[in-house]
Design a protein around this ligand. Structure first.
Ligand code: UD1
Length: 363
């Protein structure tokens, strides 16, 4: 393959972003290579997304697995450098803000290979978040910065990035979400969990700052237990969270609570079906703040800040913080009735805008 476009995916939130871009590259006959770093590797953290979204198998799988931040990033860089030296890509496309994103962006920049960053310009302005470090550094070395909102484009201009490199294309994750909404009819998850006709909420938690700290997790679980007295809750738990719940000794109380169903991480179609039928979501995920905004489902974000302010100004999102009382206050203030409009260009056609720009690059 002569000078392919390399598209990188590594962790769960990447797969729904690379899927639509990959199929658009293929549809337009552009030579491409899909690379999976293996940052996430469990079947239900990785392969299930390829199956559910019809993404073809990666052309190259690194299998780096879990490790410390530096070791994980370094292992990806070493393999990605070899891959780039061998295939001499004309462009490397990275998405999101995980360690795989940063590792491949830096490697490409040092080899003078142009980098395109999809979901550029998001800022929490909290450099204690590993994802914020990844976002800022990836944007700094990127040549094409594709943003999901005008606010994200403005962040980049404020940081001194040449406006000619910035392209507001909308939210490619919504392309996958739209696909999932149209293809989730066969998912039986709502009946499997006996939720038919029931008002229920969903919880997801995975951020190290929330789940690795005993006091923080304990306070959040107290709030969750209290909310479960009023509403049925479903808790698809990230592997990191399952580990913490077990090691801190919280799992037994959750298991014993008939109003909380804890499950393994779910596949994409099941998860989207569950969210679209829920009456609210409590989460520390970035992507889910956007998905709930698009679906019009009220969202309580269990963090002190968000890099996705459009979900608050224009969507269903409330930034609750992580203390028991602030979570309970947010729950009692939830607005179940308003209608929300969808953010600009969150219309299911972002991949086509991105690939159109990529296709016209003068390599
Ligand atoms: C990563 C991303 C985060 C993203 C999240 C979504 C970084 C810095 N963080 O966090 O931005 O929101 O993915 O899930 O890149 N594990 C498994 N099986 C797996 C994957 C992970 O058991 O398939 C466990 C391992 O115990 C591992 C832990 O989860 O130590 C964390 O995985 P890691 O990739 O380091 O980061 P996440 O917390 O998942």
């Amino acid at each position: 393959m002569a000078h392919p476009i390399i598209l990188v995916a590594g962790a769960r939130p990447n797969f729904m972003k690379v899927g639509p871009i990959h199929s658009e590259l293929v549809r337009r006959g552009l030579e491409s290579m899909l690379v999976h770093t293996g940052q996430h590797y469990d079947h239900n953290m990785s392969q299930v997304f390829f199956d559910d979204l019809g993404i073809s198998n990666p052309d190259f799988y690194m299998g780096v697995g879990s490790d410390s931040h530096s070791r994980q990033t370094a292992k990806i860089m070493v393999q990605f450098e070899e891959l780039c030296m061998k295939h001499k890509p004309r462009l490397v496309v990275v998405v999101g803000d995980v360690n795989s994103t940063l590792a491949c962006a830096i490697t490409s920049a040092k080899l003078h290979i142009p980098v395109a960053h999809v979901e550029a310009g998001l800022r929490s302005n909290d450099m204690t978040m590993p994802e914020e470090v990844n976002r800022v550094l990836t944007d700094r070395v990127s040549d094409f910065l594709f943003t999901t909102s005008r606010g994200a484009s403005e962040n980049l201009v404020r940081e001194g990035i040449d406006s000619g490199k910035i392209h507001f294309v909308g939210n490619v994750m919504i392309d996958s979400l739209t696909y999932a909404v149209n293809n989730m009819a066969n998912s039986t998850i709502v009946s499997e969990l006996s939720l038919g006709g029931i008002d229920y909420g969903i919880i997801t938690l995975h951020r190290p700052s929330n789940v690795d700290d005993y006091e923080t997790l304990s306070g959040m679980l107290d709030a969750i237990k209290q909310i479960s007295l009023e509403k049925r809750l479903v808790f698809p738990a990230h592997p990191r969270t399952i580990n913490s719940l077990n090691s801190f000794g919280f799992m037994e109380t959750i298991d014993a609570n008939d109003n909380i169903s804890i499950t393994q991480p779910l596949g994409y179609l099941d998860f989207v079906k569950l969210v679209s039928h829920s009456i609210f979501v409590m989460t520390d995920s970035g992507g889910l703040q956007e998905e709930t905004t698009f679906l019009g489902v009220p969202c309580i974000t269990l963090r002190e800040n968000t890099e996705r302010p459009i979900t608050v100004t224009q969507g269903t999102n409330i930034i609750a913080g992580t203390s028991k009382q602030s979570i309970l206050n947010s729950f009692s203030n939830l607005d179940f009735h308003s209608e929300w409009s969808k953010p600009e260009l969150w219309d299911g056609r972002s991949a086509s805008r991105i690939v159109k720009i990529i296709e016209n690059i003068d390599y």
